[in-house]
Structures are given as C-alpha cells and as structure tokens.
Design a protein around this ligand. Structure first.
Ligand code: BGC
Length: 753
C-alpha cells in the first residue's frame, strides 16, 4: 500500500506524511553535527531501488545532481573534503535529502587507508593467492570480511574487485587479480563482491578493461578484437557481475582500440550497460577521465577523484544541451539506485573497532586454502616427527611475510616487519616494500616443539650453506615484490635469490623452497630442490598458515589459477612493451605532486600501442595452442594424499551434466579440486580446451565420491562478432576431467546439435 502511495503521491504530500516518522539514532549517526534527518518518501525500504532513486531525483537541484558525479580530491595525498573519511574517494552527501556520502576505500586484500589512519585492518592473502582455493564460499568470506571492516572503519564502498585476466603475468598488479581463466576469475571475484555487498557496502569491479600492464598505463592503447575480449577479459567481468550485482565498475586508465576506457562507448554503453544489464554506476579510475561530453555519452557516471570534467564543465554541458537532462538523470539515478540497492541508505555506517581476532582466524584459514604445493620429491613434506633440525634461510622468514604494494597496500599493524627505507614524497610511500609481522620461524618453532630451528638471512651464502649442512632439512624463503605502478621486467627471482637456492640445494638434498610471489616465478633450480611451496603474499597469518602446511597439520588443497611458464620467452609477449618517455608521467620531476600528475593524466598522454595478438589464447590456452611445455600448469597443485578418477558420464541437456568418481587413494583426509574442461568443435577456431567447471571434493582416507558438475550452456558458447551474439557451435565436444589442466585422465566425446 505504502509502495503504491509513494509511487503516485505528489512529493509535497509525501514529504509531509513522511515527516511524521522519526529517524533511527543509527541513521542520525551518519550526519554528525547536523539536524537529524527526516523520514523521506524514499525512506521506505519496501520500495524498489529504482523507484526510490526516481523519487529523490524529482527533488534535486541541478547543483545537487552534479555534486554526486565527481570526487573532491584525495585526502591522503592532497587536501580533501573535511567530510571524507580519508579513503581514496568520496562522493558528496546531500543532507537535505538524507542521501549519505559514498566513502570509498581501496580494499583489494584488506581495507587500506583506514589502516593508515591508525585503525586495524586484516591483511588477507593476496587475490591471486586466494584464487588458488577455487572456493566460491571462501571467496564470499573474503569479501564479507572486507565489507565488515570497511563498515567498521567508516567506509561505504570498496575499491577492490580486480578481475583483469593475466594476459601479461609480469603486470605489477597480477597479485591483485584472480588469474588467467574467465570462469574461475569471474566466479571467485563475483563471490568476493557478493560477500562485500552482504555487509551493505557498495562493491566494485575493476579495472574495466584490458588494463594488463602498468608500464605506460595512462597512455597505452590496447589493440584487441571484440571476440577475444568478449570470451576472455570481459567474460570475467560479466560472470562476476552476474554473481554479485556489484554496484560499481571502475573504468581503467588505458585506451582500448583507440578510445580511453572511461569514454569508450563500446565498453561502457554497448557491452556493460546494454549487454550485461549493469544497473550500477561507472566510476573512473583515479585520473582516468579525459572528457566531459564524450565520456558522459559513452556511459561514465562519476569522475574520481577530482572534478576536472564532471563538475562545472558538466553543468555547462547540461546548460548548453550538449548533455541532455535525461543523460544527466541517468548518471544520478545509477548512483542513487546503488545507494538504495546496496542497503547503504537503510543501514547507515557506524564506526566501530574491527574484530581483530576474527580477522586473524579468517585470514589464516584462507591462507591455508591458498598455499600450493608444487613439488614434493620423496615426500620431503610434511616435516615429520623424525626431523630434528630445520634451517630456515632468507626471505626475512624470522620476522614476516611480504605483501603487495600500491593502492592495495594494507598497512602492517605496528609497521612493516622489515623497516622500509624513509620516503621523500607520498608517491614513494605508495610503492614501498612492506612485510606483515607474521613470522614463519616463530610459527614453525611453535609447531615443532621438539625440533631445533635456526634462521640465517642468506646474505652470507657460506653461512647459509653451513646452516643447511648442519640441519636435516633446509627451507629457503624467496620472494618477488609487486606493486601497482610498476611491472616486473622478468618472472625470474633476483639473481642472488636463485644463487642462494642453488647453493643451499647443493649443500642439503632435503631443500625446500617457499615462494612468496604475486606472479608465477621462473625456477632454474626446479630439478635440484626436493620441495617447492608457493605461498603467494599470505597475509597477516601467513607464517602460521605456512607452518601448518609444512608440518602437515593442514593438507594442502590449493591449485594454480595461473600457469607457471618455463621462461619469459614462452609468454605471448616476450618483453613488456615500454612507453616512450612522452607517454609516461615523470614522477621524479613532479616530486610526487599527485595533483599535477592528475591534471597531466586528464589532458591525456600521447598513445603508444600494444597488440594482443594472442587473442583468445590467454594463459593455459596459449601454452596448449602453441604446444609450449610449462613448469607448472594451470590448475596444478599437490596434496599429501593422492586421488584417482574414474567413471565419467556426460549427459547433454540445456548444457551438460558431467559426473565422475574421485577416490582418495592415500592415507590422509584431503580435498581435491576436480576440474572439467572441454574442447570446442574445430570449426570454431578456439584454443584446444577451456575450463567449464570444477568441484571441491572432501574425501577421507580411501573414500570415493561420485561428483556431479552441472555445466551451463553459456560455458560452451562462442561469441560471433558478425551477429553480435553467442552461439553454441554444433559438433563434437571432448569433455575432459582430472586434477589439473594437463592431467586429465577421463574424457568423453559428446555431440551437440
Ligand atoms: C588505482 C585504482 C585505485 C585508485 C584509488 C588508482 O591508482 O588504479 O585501482 O582504486 O587508484 O586509490
């Protein structure tokens, strides 16, 4: 009834009626020092978000509308609005109408900037690491924790949700993304966003799109055909959106086929808003807006963090009719609708102390699911009770674990475990190697009370050799730091780390390497060591999680969400295309002045080209198609038990139903990630196979389970550029099942009409 009334009542009457309702004290808390907000027609939570948004729009002045469509500067770099909570972005409140501010904080693997303001945030394992769990429920928990802590710290929107496919694994932000397969990445990221939004926080997917290298990111023009985008990179966004209904999508810095992402009407209007039915708002990456009218027409809804184009300039464009009222209202509607749909309006933010203990426990369990056992010769792992002495070498394993930098950087509680060098400007602080205070040494000492553990830094190789010789087992900790704002010149570890591993391996046949990397690593020593464990950037309880994996308290389950190639030369692009000097921002000459940099970016740096000629062959699809052997394939990971597959059955229907049996053939309980791939009929011109589903199967020792994996039809279709539609290609599909993309013992052909 109320719905009916509000939908049709004239606003004045509605307002008068609404004033009769009292506002809750919770809601009052978001406008400290202001009049307690009134009850408005749009306060009725039973109304649809679109209707609520329209009711607000009817009451808004032009200035109020414009005020929602841009940021106000960046408080942690420059002066920002006093109402900002200190996060990277802020969009105005309209207290007169009860509309709350959108307080945005980066939060890829935990809340950041809130932490810089002196509050605790949980540093989770990094995104690519967490993707190794292949566990949608774990991804949801990951997001729910971030959502809770955003709320606790006074934020209402996450700027996490990176889902760019790893076309270029040396991209310095690979650690923030979810790997190389659109189904896996989209499913996991969608669940992260769903988790965030379960806390009535606005989620965000980024960086839309084809923002696959940091070098020259503000200038680069990515050349790529539509089919490759739709089936790969954009597909990941599409799946993530379907699952999460994320309220925000951040358009990226780069150009795609000539147009900047934030004024690319194919990407924003045709694909995102039309084909994907995205109902939320598009916000620009920080300084990625380059025009007013073109960007507005293309579908950009909000400029961040400034108002070069969507402040006065947009107001003028509306006044002159270049931007219509309808277009302006659509931008405003999308933002307001998201405030209602996310529940932010009805569940105002109230700051409180985050639950640190709960954060620790979740971070540890997620890290345990993320760690991937890559090699385990003669069962050197888990460290058995017969091991009396272990030499830990290098990687600062006495004090902590490394984490990823840039806007994703979660501050280490109490400061970095390895003191970073002093900084001269905010940009240097932005990209500073930091270590979470979670010591693998301390955790192993606690987990192996009767063994003798030592730590040697590795700086003195002869001391490391002596320690390795004196111990039953040597564990070398090696790392590769990554950050936004840089790419890795190579996937190789630093030469001194490789040399250290070689020297220790020569001194002790029971040498295990623990890697803390955000991308795949090259391993010239792979045949010389007994064990290899990929721990990624494992977060605030990384040391404890590692100790549990190494000692076997936890049986590893993680599987690679990204291929580990044998060399850089095997990648689709043997080297990263470097920008000419004019296409780069010279931070040194700007002395870290972010405002100047933003205005330079806004003007648009001269483009340079990158051609993604590998097209559909992203990640494992490239190595499969090019028949290049790899170090460790996509989907690979060992366990302390073993599994056998049998009895495949494939039933066509509306898609496929794939069933098979997995047996735990070892003596320990474990969880196997069973993977399902399919070829596409040859006429389609697709890579040899694609992932179409998977299941996590928990099995006790000796136990067998029948597993059914439903495969929706859209996991088998291809995109036709000619008809701008998706098609199921008639013909024979070879369905393959097993424990990694290169270990698929079961297969069955099925013909689809
Ligand atoms: C990054 C975004 C981030 C934004 C705000 C940009 O430099 O590319 O991922 O959300 O800054 O910090």
């Amino acid at each position: 009834m109320i719905k009916f009334l509000y939908g049709r009542m004239i606003p004045a009457l509605a307002l008068a009626l609404a004033a009769a309702f009292a506002m809750t004290p919770l809601a009052a808390a978001q406008f400290p020092g202001m009049q307690p907000p009134k009850h408005y027609p749009w306060s009725d939570a039973t109304l649809l978000p679109d209707l609520r948004a329209d009711l607000v729009i009817k009451e808004m002045t032009l200035d109020e509308k414009i005020s929602l469509l841009h940021g106000q500067g960046m408080p942690f770099f420059t002066t920002g609005p006093t109402e900002s909570n200190g996060g990277a972005g802020y969009s105005n409140a309209i207290p007169r109408l009860g509309i709350p501010a959108i307080q945005m904080a980066d939060s890829a693997y935990g809340v950041t900037r809130g932490a810089a303001a002196g509050r605790y945030s949980t540093a989770l394992p990094n995104n690519l690491g967490a993707a190794s769990s292949w566990d949608p429920q774990a991804a949801f928990e990951y997001g729910a924790l971030i959502g809770r802590e955003l709320r606790d710290e006074g934020y209402s929107m996450s700027l996490g949700g990176g889902v760019n496919l790893a076309r270029e694994p040396r991209n310095g932000r690979t650690f923030e993304y979810q790997g190389e397969d659109p189904l896996l990445a989209g499913t996991l990221d969608g669940n992260v966003e769903k988790g965030i939004q379960s806390q009535h926080i606005i989620g965000d997917l980024k960086h839309y799109a084809i923002n696959d290298q940091e070098s020259g990111r503000n200038a680069v023009n990515a050349n790529i055909d539509k089919r490759s985008m739709r089936e790969s990179d954009l597909r990941a966004f599409e799946i993530a959106l379907d699952i999460s209904d994320a309220g925000g999508v951040m358009c990226s810095y780069n150009r795609i086929n000539g147009d900047f992402a934030c004024e690319n009407s194919y990407l924003l209007h045709d694909v995102l808003k039309n084909d994907f039915h995205f109902k939320g708002f598009v916000l620009s990456d920080w300084g990625a807006t380059h025009s007013t009218v073109k960007a507005s027409h293309a579908g950009l809804d909000m400029e961040q963090p400034d108002k070069f184009f969507f402040g006065e300039a947009l107001k003028n464009a509306v006044a002159s009719g270049e931007v219509s009222q309808a277009e302006l209202n659509d931008h405003v509607h999308r933002i307001l609708r998201t405030i209602f749909a996310s529940g932010l309006f009805d569940h105002p933010i109230v700051k409180q102390v985050p639950d640190v203990e709960k954060g620790y426990a979740i971070a540890q369990s997620l890290a345990e699911k993320s760690i991937v056992l890559l090699k385990n010769e003669h069962n050197v792992l888990p460290l058995s009770a017969e091991i009396h002495s272990v030499a830990l070498i290098g990687g600062h394993a006495d004090v902590g674990v490394i984490c990823g930098g840039g806007s994703a950087q979660v501050d280490a509680p109490g400061g970095s475990a390895v003191p970073p060098p002093p900084v001269k400007n905010p940009m240097e602080a932005f990209m500073r190697m930091q270590w979470m205070p979670s010591s693998p040494l301390r955790a192993l000492v606690a987990a192996m009370p009767s063994a003798k553990l030592s730590y040697t830094s590795g700086d003195d190789v002869s001391a490391a050799i002596a320690a390795a010789k004196a111990a039953d087992v040597a564990i070398v900790f090696a790392y590769q730091w990554e950050s936004e704002g840089m790419d890795l010149p190579t996937l190789a570890l630093a030469p001194e780390q490789n040399a250290l591993i070689e020297a220790v391996a020569a001194a002790n046949p029971k040498t295990i390497v623990v890697l803390e990397t955000g991308s795949p690593a090259l391993m010239p020593w792979v045949d010389k060591v007994a064990g290899i464990v990929e721990a990624w950037y494992p977060g605030i309880r990384g040391g404890e999680a590692l100790a549990n994996i190494l000692t076997g308290k936890v049986n590893p389950t993680g599987k690679l969400a990204i291929t580990f190639p044998k060399s850089d030369a095997d990648l689709p692009h043997p080297t990263i295309v470097q920008p000419p000097p004019a296409s780069e921002i010279n931070w040194a000459s700007l002395r870290g002045d972010i405002s100047k940099a933003m205005s330079l970016m806004a003007k648009g740096l001269p483009p340079f080209q990158i051609y993604y000629n590998e097209k559909l062959e992203v990640g494992y699809k490239w190595y499969d198609a090019q028949k290049k052997p790899v170090l460790f394939p996509f989907g690979y990971g060992l366990s302390y038990t073993t599994y056998a597959y049998s009895g495949l059955g494939v039933q066509p229907g509306d898609g496929l139903t794939v069933s098979f049996t997995v047996k735990n053939t070892g003596e320990r309980a474990g969880t196997e990630i069973a993977e399902v791939y399919s070829s596409i009929p040859a006429s389609a011109g697709e890579p040899p196979k694609r992932l179409i589903g998977w299941a996590r199967v928990e099995l006790g020792p000796g136990e067998s389970k029948q597993v059914t994996v439903p495969v929706a039809k859209d996991r088998l279709t291809i995109y036709s550029e000619a008809s701008d539609s998706w098609k199921l290609v008639p013909g024979t599909y070879d369905v393959m099942v097993g424990g990694s993309s290169q270990d698929l013992p079961l297969h069955q052909e099925v013909t689809l009409p």
